[in-house]
Design a protein around this ligand. Structure first.
Ligand SMILES: Cc1ncc(COP(=O)(O)O)c(C=O)c1O
Length: 383
C-alpha cells in the first residue's frame, strides 16, 4: 500500500467488536442500538466501522448527510440509515434510491416535501425539540399536524420519533429529566406501536429511561471513549484508536536554545534531547498540545515549543533511534488525556484529525486495510 510518511492512525476493529459485544450483552436496558457513524464515524472511518457493526448484528445507523448515507450503501451497508440533517426537497429521489430514512425536523420542510415528491415511499422519523434548541419540531401542535399529514400520504412512512439530549454527559441531570418529561408529553396520546422511540446518546444511554423508549443512539461509546468523567459504564470498553508518528531527527542541544516558531520554549538542561516528529496541525494535531506527553521506547517525552503545520518537536529523557515509533494517543496516553490537554472534548478531538493521516485497520491482530484518502486509495486484505 502506498503511503510515504510514517504518521498513521491505528483503528483496532477487534476492540470495536469487543465494545459492541460488551454493550449487547451487558447493557442493562434492552433497547435496539442505532450506531451513530456520522462524520466518518468521528474520524475512524464510517465504512470500516459500519462493516464490523453489521457483522455483529447492528441494523440501524445514523449519519448527518446524504453523502454519508450514500457512502455506506456503496460499501454494502444494509438496514436503516437515518439522516439527522436536512436534505433539499429536490434530492428526495436520491434518499429513496439509497433507501435512506429521513428526519423531519420542521413542518415547513415536510409540507414542501409533500408538495414536491411523488416517488417511492421514504421512511421518516420525526425529531422533536425537547430543549436542545438546534433542530426539531418545537411544539406539540406542529407535531400533531405532522402526524395528521403523515397519516394522509403514502410517500412518507413514519417509522420513529426521537429527540436529542443537550446535557446527558453532565453530573447534574435536572435538564436531562426535563427533556425526558417534555419528550413524554410529546408522545402522550400518540400510538407508538411499531415505532422506534429514542432520545439517548452515549451519555443518556446509561441513565434509566421508560421502557417504551426502545432505541438508543450511540457514537462515542463505540470507540471506547466516555463522553465525560461522570459517565461510567458497568462494563469495560476499549479505546479503539491510536495515533502514532516516528522520530524523524534527533539531536542534543545545550542550555539556552530556542525551539520552534517564536522560540517560546528554551532549553534549560545542559544537554536536552530534542526530537522532531513528522506530524503537525495540518494533520489535526492541536496547537494547544504543547506541554502534553508522547510515549517513545518505554519513556514519556514532552511536546515543546509551537506545533508547526507539518512537524512537532519533543523533548525526550534519552536518545532514541531515528525511526522509533512515537505514540501521541494510544495505550499509554488516552484520548481523554489528549482532549483535556487541548481544552476540547473527545468528539471534537477525534473529528479534528485530517485525512492526511493514513488510517490502518487492525483485525484479528493484523493490519487488514490501509486507507490513504489523499491518494484516494484503499488497500484491503481479504478478511
Ligand atoms: C442527534 C444525535 N444523536 C446521537 C448522537 C451520538 O452521540 P454520542 O456520540 O454521545 O453517543 C449524536 C452525536 O452528536 C447526535 O447528534
Amino acid at each position: 500500500m502506498d503511503y510515504y510518511r510514517d504518521t498513521f492512525m491505528e483503528i483496532n476493529l477487534d476492540d470495536l467488536e469487543n465494545n459492541i459485544r460488551s454493550f449487547q450483552s451487558h447493557y442493562f436496558q434492552s433497547k435496539e442500538i442505532m450506531a451513530v457513524v456520522k462524520a466518518d464515524a468521528y474520524g475512524h472511518g464510517a465504512v470500516q466501522i459500519a462493516r464490523v457493526l453489521q457483522e455483529q448484528g447492528i441494523r440501524h445507523y445514523a449519519v448527518a448527510t446524504l453523502e454519508e448515507a450514500m457512502e455506506l450503501r456503496h460499501s454494502g451497508i444494509l438496514g436503516c440509515i437515518l439522516l439527522f440533517g436536512h436534505i433539499r426537497v429536490c434530492d428526495l429521489h436520491l434518499a429513496a434510491t439509497y433507501d435512506c430514512t429521513l428526519s423531519i425536523n420542521h413542518i415547513d420542510w415536510f409540507k414542501e416535501a409533500l408538495a414536491g415528491y411523488v416517488g417511492k415511499p421514504i421512511d421518516v422519523h420525526i425529531n422533536v425539540d425537547t430543549g436542545m434548541n438546534r433542530l426539531g419540531v418545537p411544539s406539540k401542535e406542529e407535531f400533531v399536524q405532522l402526524l395528521v399529514l403523515l397519516s394522509q400520504t403514502s410517500h412518507f412512512i413514519l417509522k420513529g420519533i426521537y429527540s436529542h439530549l443537550a446535557t446527558s454527559e453532565e453530573e447534574n441531570d435536572t435538564y436531562y429529566q426535563l427533556q425526558l418529561r417534555r419528550f413524554a408529553s410529546f408522545l402522550d396520546g400518540v400510538d407508538t406501536t411499531d415505532l422506534w422511540i429514542h432520545i439517548a446518546n452515549s451519555g443518556g444511554s446509561i441513565k434509566e429511561q421508560p421502557s417504551y423508549f426502545n432505541m438508543i443512539r450511540i457514537g462515542l461509546f463505540l470507540h471506547g471513549v466516555s463522553p465525560s468523567d461522570h459517565i461510567k459504564l458497568a462494563f469495560p470498553l476499549k479505546e479503539t484508536m491510536s495515533l502514532f508518528t516516528t522520530v524523524l531527527q534527533i539531536k542534543t542541544l545545550p542550555r539556552g536554545e530556542k525551539i520552534s516558531y517564536n522560540g517560546i520554549y528554551m532549553t534549560t538542561d545542559e544537554q536536552e534531547v530534542i526530537a522532531t516528529l513528522p506530524i503537525g496541525y495540518a494533520d489535526g494535531l492541536d496547537r494547544r498540545i504543547e506541554g502534553g506527553r508522547v510515549f517513545v521506547n518505554g519513556d514519556y517525552g514532552e511536546i515543546i515549543g509551537r506545533v508547526c503545520m507539518d512537524f512537532t518537536i519533543v523533548k525526550l529523557p534519552r536518545i532514541v533511534e531515528v525511526g522509533s515509533i512515537v505514540e501521541i494517543i494510544g495505550p499509554h496516553i488516552s484520548m481523554e488525556e489528549y482532549a483535556k490537554k487541548v481544552k476540547t472534548n473527545t468528539y471534537h478531538a477525534f473529528c479534528a484529525f485530517s485525512d492526511r493521516v493514513v488510517r490502518k485497520y487492525i483485525r484479528h491482530r493484523q493490519v487488514v486495510e490501509i486507507v490513504n484518502k489523499r491518494l484516494n486509495q484503499t488497500c484491503r486484505e481479504d478478511l
